[in-house]
Design a binder for this molecule. Structure first.
Ligand code: SF4
Ligand code: SF4
Length: 308
């Protein structure tokens, strides 16, 4: 059967891991994401990154997703968001652990702010307070990562958010990399529990199509449609993933790591043509990889796919 996944995303997109320093060490987190080997770029590196982004934008708007580690630990995050605000729609994800004072003072143009609740480490009261503060000035999305061992904490937090009057989006998310499997009841709970109380529209919107039919990205991943081993995946010129060390890839999965596009912190950036690869990953876990890298099945029988 012919199968195709694509989206109608209208922007260029860059995801940048600004650091791998994190104040949490969740058991399911890849060590690489919180090992603390790379702090933040200095002034010279930051200005090289800004130049790279300007060139890449080619006078078009970029959506820029800043990831960590924990981005809010970077002392210049606010300044950086202000410095690229004229040509980037910026958003970032936080574990919500900074103080209320930090969030009260934070002042930069953001298209959206994501809060991820990590039940092994997060303090629900601090988290809730920070969601309340920021929802008064930003489009806030909250994702509670459902950990079966901390289920009561997760469901209690979801109920509190639901019963609040915060103008937020909220939902429950699967954790990739847990040693235990979710029960069917937990999967149903995750699909069911979500709400959207944004009072204005966020202009980053897109549709995902599976075999020509629109499907929400949330449902797409929760139902496990994000498995593309053996499919052909195309890395487009509109998407770059930049690691904390400056290496530029065509997608977060590292599958394009065989041909990185150079390094933003070096002077010469290698330009590569569009490439297609046969996916060798068990699942496509990054939202942007699903949206930005069109995929289709070409071979009915899987070729010999080697895992990198
Ligand atoms: S908060 Fe995020 S980056 Fe930090 S340890 Fe947990 S999963 Fe990793
Ligand atoms: S995991 Fe990588 S190679 Fe596989 S479908 Fe996703 S983006 Fe493409």
């Amino acid at each position: 059967m012919k199968k195709k996944i694509y989206s109608d995303y209208p922007y260029k997109h860059v995801t940048w891991e600004c650091t791998n320093v994190c104040n949490f060490s969740c058991s399911y987190c890849w060590p690489d994401l919180h090992s603390g080997t790379h702090r933040w770029p200095n002034e010279e590196k930051t200005s090289k990154l800004v130049s790279y982004l300007k060139n890449f934008s080619d006078n078009k708007i970029i959506t820029l997703d800043i990831m960590g580690g924990e981005p809010t630990l970077w002392p210049h995050l606010e300044h950086f968001c202000n410095s690229v605000g004229s040509f980037c729609k910026v958003y970032f994800s936080t574990n919500g652990s900074r103080t209320a004072r930090y969030w009260n003072n934070f002042n930069a143009p953001l298209n959206e702010l994501y809060f991820s609740f990590h039940p092994e480490q997060s303090d629900p009261e601090i988290f809730l307070k920070n969601v309340e503060i920021t929802s008064k000035k930003y489009h806030v999305s909250v994702y509670i990562l459902l950990h079966p061992l901390y289920r009561d904490i997760c469901t209690d937090l979801y109920d509190k958010l639901y019963e609040s009057d915060y103008p937020i989006r909220a939902g429950i998310k699967k954790i990739n990399g847990l040693p235990m499997k979710y029960s069917q009841e937990e999967i149903n709970y995750m699909v069911d529990k979500k709400f959207d109380r944004w009072q204005t529209k966020n202009d980053i919107s897109f549709k995902v199509y599976r075999n020509g039919r629109e499907i929400s990205l949330d449902k797409f991943t929760k139902l496990g449609h994000n498995r593309f081993k053996g499919w052909t995946c195309t890395f487009t010129q509109n998407y770059r993933y930049i690691k904390y060390d400056g290496t530029i890839y065509g997608a977060a999965c590292g599958r394009a790591g065989q041909s990185p596009f150079g390094n933003v912190f070096e002077n010469e950036i290698k330009q590569e043509p569009i490439t297609s690869v046969v996916c060798d990953r068990d699942s496509c876990n990054c939202k942007t990889d699903i949206i930005m890298a069109p995929k289709k099945i070409i071979n009915k029988r899987l070729p010999n796919v080697r895992t990198l």
